[in-house]
Design a protein around this ligand. Sequence first.
Ligand code: ZN
Length: 110
Amino acid sequence: MDEKTRIKIRKDDMVMVQSGKDKGKVGKILKVIPETRKVIVSGINMIKRHQKPSKKHQHGGIIEMEGPIRVDRVMLVCPKCNLPTRTGHTLLSESKVRTCRKCEEIIDNV
Ligand SMILES: [Zn+2]
């Protein structure tokens, strides 16, 4: 896969929203959906859904849940310097690592 199609964000990453009503909010990636290039972030883009009554929710009603947002609307928050950053990739001996472009720290292995 080339640079354009690869999603650099992964599950459990902390990200900051860059646009829209949740701009500036930080959350954890709950799910990456590569097919649509969207992500689900905890507490971000909450949408209300009508729940039909079921065994679990006997009365039904409205539930709030996270809706998917486009991956290019979020930016990774570096766990080292705590700033939203674009990530770089560096070849370190044998393994490829994600690095923070702000503090140059290694974030993790790719
Ligand atoms: Zn950093």
